[in-house]
Design a protein. Structure first.
Length: 265
């Protein structure tokens, strides 16, 4: 992995990984949430069904409406992973990165991904307070799985301990795996389908598209410039790498004020 990283740096190759979510296709089924939990070793506690404040999800699906009475009611679902904010061109513009005293989170200029280093985190939760999208979660308990389920854990993802903050990583371990494969084959370039997030692959409606936002060969490159594309809370200047599409004017306007604390699916 180190050799690939240095090789990319030497040739000045950088990436800007992000996703585009088509809200007109999303049915709110929650398959992306389940896939994310299975892929990233997220435990599920029985109490989670009753206490939403302690739920541990990296991907959440929110339900919003146009607020009109039947028969004019319209519903829209918003899948919300970490937005992997770029800020204003440097890591200090990324809200969570700029406040972390332990440097447990950082912005990669090579990939555009905001990382989380669990062994550095001491649980001060400044990053949670700074994040305008509420994408970070705190581990209140040590993870536990029903007997036998520990055998199904993903060996590529570390299991987090109690007392640390965690979040969506755009399935970064999949990028590492794809890079290793490319390096073994003597390649520096990755094909679009070689690195895909779990939520992207699991969506039965094909509502999530993932790739390099700066690569003209990737689908997300053109989708992000769609006239119906928008990003959540753009006025804050966080420059997130998750774009949304919707032909519904009210849904696009909701993105200007969406904070993710109402109508969870």
């Amino acid at each position: 992995m180190k050799e690939v990283h240095q090789d990319n740096k030497r040739h000045g190759k950088t990436y800007k990984y992000g996703m585009v979510v088509d809200l007109d296709k999303c049915t709110g089924c929650g398959a992306c949430m389940v896939a994310c939990m299975a892929e990233n070793n997220l435990p599920f506690r029985k109490e989670n069904t009753n206490d939403r404040l302690t739920q541990n999800f990296w991907m959440r699906v929110y339900k919003i409406s146009n607020g009109l009475s039947f028969p004019d009611t319209e519903i829209c679902y918003i899948p919300r992973p970490c937005q992997h904010c770029e800020g204003r061109g440097h890591h200090h513009g990324t809200p969570c990165v700029s406040v972390c005293p332990a440097t447990a989170t950082d912005y990669s200029h090579e990939t555009g991904i905001v990382s989380q280093i669990y062994t550095r985190c001491f649980g001060c939760r400044y990053c949670m307070a700074a994040c305008p999208y509420h994408v970070r979660v705190f581990n209140w308990w040590d993870p536990r799985w029903p007997k036998g389920m520990n055998k199904s854990l993903n060996p590529d993802v570390s299991v987090r301990m109690r007392g640390v903050v965690e979040k969506c990583s755009f399935c970064y371990h999949r990028l590492q795996r794809a890079r290793n494969k490319a390096y073994a084959e003597g390649r520096r370039e990755l094909h679009e389908d070689e690195y895909q997030t779990a939520c992207t692959q699991a969506c039965p409606a094909g509502a999530i598209t993932f790739g390099d936002l700066d690569n003209q060969k990737h689908k997300v490159y053109n989708l992000k410039d769609n006239p119906y594309a928008f990003r959540l809370l753009e006025k804050l200047g966080t420059n997130p790498k998750v774009y949304y599409l919707s032909t519904k004017d009210w849904a696009r306007k909701a993105g200007e004020v969406f904070v993710g604390n109402e109508g969870r699916g």
